[in-house]
Design a binder for this molecule. Structure first.
Ligand code: RB5
Length: 154
């Protein structure tokens, strides 16, 4: 199956600024349009501001997928998964990255720049880009997430 080329929105805090720049370069090399929601340097910022920017766009369907990065990835995944229709997966290994697409159809990949080295982080991104969703019984399970979204918006 050919790799999807739909645009990706990315964001990070200062702890992952350097990794974000490397992820951006990788996406651009692959011919994927990138919307960079910041941050734009290593000055200290608050990760929720950037998590909210990216997750709200994915939640609203303005972007099909996004990538978020902070020191551990924990704060960004907490923020992102508060948004309806967001399935953010914090991945520190290749297997999790692959399975987060195959079984969970993750629409935001989250990375912890202080947890994984740059080389592994970029391999995690490549695996996430290249792996398709399997659908079938996994779609049935994801459909059950809609109940959560409905309860949250009632
Ligand atoms: C910033 O120091 C750090 O707390 C942040 O990058 C992240 O790890 C939060 O979850």
């Amino acid at each position: 199956m050919p790799e999807k080329k739909t645009p990706i929105i990315i964001g990070s805090d200062h702890a992952a600024y350097d990794l974000k720049e490397k992820v951006k370069a990788l996406l651009m090399e692959r011919g994927i349009d990138v919307e960079d929601a910041g941050c734009y340097n290593e000055d200290s910022v608050d990760y929720p501001d950037f998590g909210i920017k990216v997750a709200s766009m994915v939640s609203a369907g303005k972007f099909e997928r996004g990538i978020l990065m902070c020191g551990t990835g924990i704060g960004m995944s907490m923020v992102a998964n508060k948004f309806p229709h967001v399935r953010a997966a914090l991945c520190t290994d290749l297997f999790s990255s692959i399975m987060s697409k195959r079984h969970n159809n993750s629409n935001i990949l989250v990375l912890g720049a202080r947890v994984v080295g740059d080389i592994l982080a970029l391999e995690i991104v490549k695996a996430w880009l290249e792996t398709p969703f399997e659908g079938g019984r996994h779609q049935r399970r994801l459909d059950k997430f809609d109940r959560i979204d409905a309860a949250m918006t009632d």
